[in-house]
Design a protein around this ligand. Structure first.
Ligand SMILES: Cc1ncc(COP(=O)(O)O)c(C=O)c1O
Length: 396
């Protein structure tokens, strides 16, 4: 297929990010000369073991946690599954109760639904029109048999930030009041490099992270597990990761994760201003050029990188295809559901009309995004929408 542009404006960083040069450089020796199995005893294995140990220390430093609390996994989805199913299997009798939200990533919602089929109970707390969970409403759902509460830090579709620390405090108090005991999990996959990941300040017991959202490799992630929290492994075998996740370690991936997270954290404050500037530019540009666009999100509690709009009378797919033809990569809702025309569960939970929800567009900025990218997307979007308004039959 011929593109009308030779440069790609990549504006889908919430879906994935390219591996940074510094990260790749640090990973490369672990594919070749430092290829040993970290569990073996000879010196070449020691190098691999050292790589994994160092990445664990770097990760723990960013989270202000202990190294023994870091479990390397295959990514955000596995971390969420391990947090939810691993705790359930060990601490909760069938009939136990989980509280989560209606806007979680499917890697939280689907494991919880699997547990419901096994006889566990779940409550999905709704959100307001801006994607925000009410901490009091969340805590009010806690019962004596509630053993797990899971709430995401940053939503991947609309960028809304939840008050995780406040929700955690209120949830713990509510649990204490009814004589229960609750673990708190947060999916912080979209928060890394954008917000503090200090696990004590967030007051969480479990936290999920993913490498490929922070300019690290795909197929590697972390589950933070607070000391004393017991987990049944999802993958049993050789007992790696202190019996919590068996399998020979993805050494290069883990090394890449440690480096990517460290870089993301060290640049976090500095990038915030630039991202906010670009985000505001995009928001005001859309306001000016496409006045009937409706913003989905929370202006006062959002990460600037994620911007979501709906356009009345259009579906997301033709907009995405039109943008793609102009060399712009964006997304409708979350990447995994973009192949279907189902309206996003997040937008529906926010009360967006289903007809508007199918016309949603997510633009997500990243470290290599420039003002030119923002100008390009504004121009392209206006032209695609004008075209679709002129030729409505172009919509499938
Ligand atoms: C909020 C959130 N949680 C979990 C995941 C899954 O992470 P991974 O792709 O590493 O499995 C994603 C990725 O889209 C996400 O955005």
């Amino acid at each position: 297929m011929t593109m009308s542009k030779d440069r790609i404006n990549y504006l889908d960083h919430a879906a994935t990010t390219p591996v940074r040069g510094e990260v790749l450089e640090k990973m490369l020796p672990y594919f070749t000369e430092k290829f040993g199995n970290p569990s073996s005893l000879y010196s070449i294995a020691g190098e691999a073991r050292y790589g994994v140990d160092e990445a664990r220390e770097l990760t723990a430093a960013v989270l202000s946690s202990r190294t023994g609390e870091i479990v390397f996994t295959s990514g955000g989805s596995e971390s969420n599954n391990l947090a939810i199913k691993g705790t359930t299997a060990l601490i909760a009798p069938v009939g136990g109760h989980i509280v989560t939200t209606a806007i979680e990533h499917h890697a939280v919602i689907h494991p919880v639904e699997q547990l419901e089929k096994l006889g566990y109970a779940a409550t999905y707390i709704g959100v307001d029109a801006h994607g925000k969970v009410d901490p009091d409403e969340f805590a009010a759902a806690i019962k004596q048999e509630t053993f797990l509460a899971s709430v995401m830090l940053v939503n991947n579709e609309v960028g809304t930030i939840q008050d995780v620390a406040l929700i955690a405090n209120k949830t713990r108090e509510a649990s204490k009041r009814v004589g229960g005991s609750v673990l708190i999990h947060t999916d912080a996959v979209q928060a890394a490099g954008k917000l503090s990941l200090n696990v004590d300040e967030l007051n969480v017991d479990l936290m999920s992270l993913s490498g490929h959202k922070i300019y690290g490799p795909k197929g590697v992630g972390v589950l933070y597990v607070r000391r004393g929290v017991e987990l049944e492994p999802l993958i049993a075998g050789g007992g790696q990761e202190r019996q919590r996740r068996s399998g020979t370690e993805n050494v290069a991936g883990i090394v890449g994760f440690g480096e990517a997270l460290t870089l993301a954290e060290s640049e976090r404050q500095g990038s915030r201003e630039r991202m906010s500037y670009l985000s505001d530019l995009l928001l005001s540009g859309i306001d000016e050029r496409i006045p009937n666009a409706s913003f989905n999100g929370n202006i006062s509690s959002r990460v600037p990188e994620i911007i979501n709009f709906s356009f009345p009378g259009v579906e997301g797919e033709p907009v995405l295809l039109g943008l793609d033809f102009k060399g712009i990569a964006a997304s409708s809702g979350s990447a995994c559901s973009s192949a279907s025309l189902e309206p996003s569960h997040v937008l529906l939970a926010m009360g967006v009309n289903p007809k508007l929800a199918v016309g949603s567009l997510r633009i997500s900025l990243g470290r290599e995004t420039t003002e030119t990218d923002v100008d390009d997307v504004l121009q392209a979007l206006k032209s695609v929408l004008d075209q679709l308004a002129t030729f409505p039959s172009a919509q499938g």
